[in-house]
Design a protein around this ligand. Sequence first.
Ligand code: SF4
Length: 327
Amino acid sequence: MAAWYAEARRPLPWRTQPSLYRTVVSELMAQQTQIKTMLPYFERWMKRFPDFESLADAPSEAVLKHWEGLGYYSRARNLHQLAKDYVAMDPKPVSAEEWRQLPGIGPYTSAAISSIAHNHPTAVVDGNVVRILARLTNDERVFKNNGEAVKAFTELAEAVLNSENPGDHNQSMMELGATVCLKQKPMCTVCPVFRFCESAARGNQDSLPKIQRKATEQVEIERVWICHEGQVLLHRIPEDAKQLAGQYELPKAFDLGLAPSGKPLATKTRSITHRRIREKIFRLPAEGVTLTSEHQWVPIEAVETITLSGPHRRWIRELLANGNKSA
Ligand code: SF4
């Protein structure tokens, strides 16, 4: 595995120029986001916040603005708080247990950071590692969810960890899962552990691991596009919201007491975990709309300067580009 990893690993910026800070940022960014998506964000982030100190000193608006488009903004808030905590800490965290005390750091991320940056022997266990181990051992147990599978494979992951070089071992497992032992059509013929793999010998790789999936839930949301005197009406998500706190979005019709009908300006669909969400955007006049304290008129020329959740920025740009600047 070590020889394969040295040869096959992708030249990602946190590997070609490694540092503790770059490892931490890359691990937080990679939660919920694909590597190819996060790469431009990572480069931009490093230019603006090159180390823990510059991030700790930055205003939260600048931090959120540099995260805009990556989604799951609690990661940005956690990373900001982590930098502040880390700068103030003495002694600094080294082991996975110590790293886990910092915001946004769970078992997987703490194992990744402590093994990669400090050579601390803790195995990472996530969906990739579960998949590799389940296939290597032809484990046909059925798990209720990913969390249960991760727990079940943690002991085996620790047992096979190369404790002399845990950082490279963990990264080789992540790399193998991301590039070779794929969910569908694993590339067994080029796999460095092919000759040890029981499921490859049996030909049932595609069916492992066996994890029950939640049924897809269909969700419909009606949103409104209301412009008035060069301003657009937006909803500011409250600061105490669990998700997307402080960000702007197109208002929901229901929140404004509206029930639009007819043909929508646009219909957007997206999937978040097991939910399939269909959002219809209706153009409505400003007259008669009763605002709540969470709704604000934002000048159209200021839209690019505020923090919008990723899809809403795309939709608003599209609506403006299509000439929808008035009621
Ligand atoms: Fe995965 Fe195939 Fe390698 Fe087995 S041989 S670990 S199934 S890629």
